[in-house]
Design a protein around this ligand. Structure first.
Ligand code: ADP
Ligand code: 5GP
Length: 197
């Protein structure tokens, strides 16, 4: 059984990362979505250990100092980090690990793990991004404006990624993400080889 690969999916808030990853996970049992640690307060309906591990800033700083994160960043005023041990464990169990993280965190992962596959999810335009964020209705006006202004900066980084998935039509974008995953996953490749025997 090969070791799983790291897939980093980044892009502006509201670009559709979560929606596209959900599609990927529903099609490929070999893919596992990493649960990040954050100092952000849970939104209504969010559960500890499901969407995130919710901890205090002091706990976060202790963990960061102790080397518990593969990468960590401050995003929109809160701290977010990828737990290193869990990523290692899942990969050694033959799972491809999907990281849904911000663009700066993606840069850190790429420097530390150069064989990671970096995918940027691009919204069709800033106007459509705003529409989608308003439709999702998970942020207040101030937070929404911060996410829109960050989106412009983040989009400048997309050329550093291995792939850019334009999320205009959802089915088409999901198909593209799945095609990239199939092409780059050592676990899927090994399963296909096994099936051909
Ligand atoms: P992210 O995880 O990047 O912050 P989400 O996956 O939460 O973004 O998507 C933001 C909003 O846009 C959600 O309400 C989602 O249902 C919607 N959405 C995502 N992709 C599309 C698409 N291709 N067309 C229309 N709406 C979309
Ligand atoms: P939200 O608070 O809306 O769930 O996420 C805000 C932003 O934080 C998103 O862009 C998301 O991708 C990013 N994020 C979530 N987890 C991590 C992480 O572990 N590391 C980094 N660098 N960013 C993260």
């Amino acid at each position: 059984m090969p070791q799983g690969r790291l897939f980093v999916v980044a892009g502006p808030s509201g670009a559709g990362k979560g929606t596209l990853i959900k599609e990927l996970l529903s099609r490929y049992p070999q893919a596992w979505l990493s649960v990040s640690t954050t100092t952000r307060k849970p939104r209504s309906g969010e559960k500890h250990g499901v969407q995130y591990h919710f901890i205090t800033e002091e706990e976060f700083r202790d963990m960061a100092r102790g080397g518990a994160f593969l990468e960590w960043e401050e995003v929109h005023g809160n701290m977010y980090g990828t737990p290193l041990e869990m990523v290692k464990e899942k990969r050694s169990q033959g799972k491809d690990v999907i990281l849904e993280i911000d663009v700066k965190g993606a840069g850190q992962v790429r420097s530390r793990e150069p064989e990671a596959v970096a995918i940027f999810v691009q919204p069709p335009s800033i106007e459509i991004l705003e529409e989608r964020l308003r439709g999702r209705a998970t942020e207040g006006e101030e937070e929404l404006q911060e996410r829109l202004s960050n989106a412009l900066k983040e989009s400048l980084e997309k050329d550093d990624f291995d792939y850019v998935v334009l999320n205009d039509d959802l089915d088409r974008a999901a198909h593209k993400l799945c095609a990239i995953y199939e092409m780059e996953s050592p676990v899927v490749k090994a399963a296909k080889k096994e099936n051909r025997r």
